[in-house]
Write a protein that binds this ligand. Structure first.
Ligand code: COA
Ligand code: AMP
Length: 632
């Protein structure tokens, strides 16, 4: 047996012992008496009688324990031309001052704080400041529109919002403040105050009495040396809520706790990513996504690493050599990003020649997640970087790897197209639609036997019934991942597709159902369907099919432009919705279900079987003809 198999079996034989040993790496206020409490909440809770503070473990203990002068966070922003490094001592100072500002604003333990920020260090400080005082943060990705921000403000009833005057995308500055003002305007639960970071690229007006200036407020407390102690929290108290796409326009508020989250994340740094404290770890993602929460902010800081916060793109800021430049400048040991970033680099610099301009000798390993890692991209990255490239599979709901290659335990043989094997904590099975365990090699529903391990969501924010219905009811005793896949004879998992309406665009998780809800609001649209089509760069792209109301005789180009604008305004540019095709009819089953999977195969030119239940096969040809006519 290899080391991985031993450790996995050891966890299976005695999960209690496995997780109590892992919990030793955390500094608890009150140590938990045991790991798992099966009778609490939906499926049990982890470390429920322990008390702790995540900010203490991510910052203060390193300052006290000899890392005060080590770089904790390096901000590298090719898009603005700025770079700055913060030691652990400096991070503590920034976080404590911001925590004092939140206390001034009346934010207390358990209150919710929305963080709507670009990729600036203050976004990480904001998360940690909330963690310090036991406030529950909810970070909203900058590419979402005002309506999406408002939905989140409302759902969690945020007391305060921390934001910035603007974000910067290649070629344009995005004014955040008007989006924030509009979101507050349309939200029913209005926050009492905001703290706004003014950026030099574009400032904004503040509303007197409601909007407070980040630099002034933090500066005052920094100068005064205001001390804000880390609040004792139950391990099960929420650390954050992260909204993710669900099957309707209403996003799901994934809840993360403090204790289990720390234990699992700290365990991953050595065992999955193979990094030791003090090394430089870079997750090229955004703090608005789960990868950013876990691997830009929490895990590397918990483990005493140096983390990189990168404000830029893999290409165009200024070129396809940016990633290599960052690796060389900061001696990055491990990079974690989405395959789409590498596809973008490969497209611009097919030979990978730009890497020759940089000394990347410190670099050891590339990790990919967020979407399927296609073998072509992996092979290309291996050739250019001359290191192993590791695929791993996880979800917002888990916060860490479900299946991966545990490099710190054992670098397992790489099978291209597979994120490798189940991590300790996850008993992964593949079930038929009827809930029967399928033989190895057969495609089915990928599920995880309950209980889920530490860090996984205990529930959805204010929506326990939705949690049960969306994840636990279809396969009793299991968590439904909503991914379809295959497990081979060696226990390697292959993730093939989603079983719900979620699509994955440039590593961003989006709901086609949510887009359909928006498009249906257009006055000329009678019915619509949105599907995910294959795209060589972004993996998938949304494509909308519209049936117009009878009697509409405006030019179709006008309606297409309006529909595209509507999705951008309601969901945001991140939806990347740019294709809207008029059709006379949609293919449906006799019971009226739209055959989206068949539509996708037709449009992508894949082989497909005419569904036996289709009400009229001629519609398939109509769809194809309309697609060809309108997309060229
Ligand atoms: N704020 C405002 N707008 C944003 C934004 C943000 N934080 N992030 C993206 N957008 C906008 C983009 O400017 C783009 O607008 P456009 O339609 O006017 O061009 C739109 O949202 C779509 O963005 P994206 O899908 O990211 O496409 P892109 O062309 O800007 O970049 C990649 C393509 C591949 C370079 C980019 O997606 C990338 O770097 N991906 C890395 C993967 C990643 O971070 N995944 C997260 C999970 S690990
Ligand atoms: P998110 O919650 O945004 O991280 O998206 C999770 C979804 O992204 C998963 O359910 C998968 O559909 C997809 N995904 C993430 N990582 C991988 C991977 N390594 N391989 C295949 N699909 C992935």
């Amino acid at each position: 047996m290899g080391a991985y198999a031993d450790i996995y079996q050891g966890w299976k034989d005695n999960p209690e012992q496995f997780w109590m040993e892992a919990a030793e790496a955390i500094d608890w206020v009150q140590k938990p008496s045991k790991a798992f409490f099966p009778d609490q909440d939906v499926y049990g809770r982890w470390f429920a009688d322990g008390t702790c503070n995540t900010c203490y473990n991510a910052v203060d203990r390193h300052v006290a324990g000899g890392r005060a002068d080590q770089a904790a966070l390096i901000y590298d922003s090719p898009i603005t031309g700025n770079q700055r490094s913060y030691t652990y001592a400096e991070v503590k100072q920034e976080v404590e001052a911001l925590a004092a500002v939140l206390v001034d604003r009346g934010v207390e333990k358990g209150d919710r704080v929305i963080i709507y920020m670009p990729m600036v260090p203050e976004a990480a400080f904001a998360m940690l400041a909330c963690a310090r005082i036991g406030a529950i943060h909810s970070v909203v990705f900058g590419g979402f529109a005002a309506a999406e921000l408002a939905t989140r403000i409302d759902d969690c009833a945020a007391k305060c919002v921390i934001s910035a005057s603007c974000g910067i995308e290649p070629g344009r500055v995005i004014a955040y403040k008007p989006l924030l003002d509009e979101a507050i305007e349309i939200s029913a639960n209005k926050p009492e105050s905001t703290v706004i970071l003014q950026r030099e690229q574009q400032g904004c007006e503040r509303i007197d009495g409601r909007d407070f200036d980040y630099a002034d407020e933090v500066g005052r407390h920094r100068a005064a040396g205001t001390e804000v102690p880390c609040v004792d929290l139950l391990a099960t108290d929420p650390l954050y809520i992260l909204y993710t796409s669900g099957t309707t326009g209403q996003p799901k508020g994934v809840v993360r706790d403090n204790g289990g989250h720390m234990v699992a994340l700290q365990w991953t740094m050595k065992n999955i990513y193979g990094v030791d404290p003090g090394e430089v770890f870079w997750a090229a993602s955004d703090v608005g996504w789960v990868v950013g929460h876990s691997y830009i902010v929490y895990a590397p800081l918990l483990a005493g690493n140096t983390t990189i916060l990168f404000e830029g793109k893999p290409v165009g800021t200024p070129d396809a050599g940016t990633f290599w430049r960052v690796i060389a400048d900061h001696k990055v040991a491990v990079l974690f990003t989405a395959p789409t970033a590498f596809r973008a680099i490969k497209k611009e610099d097919p030979e990978g020649a730009l890497i020759n301009n940089y000394d990347v000798s410190n670099f050891r390993m590339l990790y990919l997640a967020g979407e399927r890692a296609d073998p072509d991209t992996i092979h290309w990255a291996e050739r250019v970087l001359k290191t192993p490239v590791i695929d791993h599979w996880w979800q917002t709901e888990t916060g860490w790897t479900i299946a991966g290659n545990p490099v710190g335990i054992q670098l397992m043989e790489i099978k291209y197209g597979s994120p490798t094997v189940a991590m300790p904590g996850y008993d992964i099975q593949v079930l038929s639609d009827e809930g029967e365990e399928l033989p190895r090699g057969e495609l089915g529903n990928v599920v995880v036997k309950l209980p889920l391990p530490p860090s996984c969501f205990p529930t959805l924010w204010n929506a326990e019934a939705r949690m049960r219905e969306a994840y636990l009811e279809e396969f009793p005793g299991y968590y439904k991942t909503a991914d379809a896949g295959i497990m081979d004879e060696d226990g390697y998992l292959f993730i093939m597709a989603r079983t719900d309406d979620i699509i994955n665009v440039a590593g961003h998780r989006l709901s086609t159902g949510g887009m359909e809800e928006v498009i249906a609001e257009h006055k000329d649209v009678a019915e619509c369907a949105v599907i995910g089509i294959t795209d060589p760069l972004k993996g998938q792209l949304p494509a909308g099919f519209l049936i117009l109301n009878a009697g509409v005789n405006r030019p179709i180009s006008e309606i297409q432009a309006e529909v595209i604008k509507l999705v951008r305004e309601k969901i945001g540019p991140v939806a990347a919705f740019k294709i809207a095709v008029p059709v006379a009819r949609l293919p449906k089953t006799r019971s009226g279900k739209i055959l989206r999977a068949t539509m996708q195969k037709v449009v992508d030119g894949e082989d497909f079987k005419m569904p036996a239940t289709i009400d009229d096969p001629a519609i398939i040809d109509e769809i194809k003809a309309s697609w060809d006519e309108h997309t060229g």
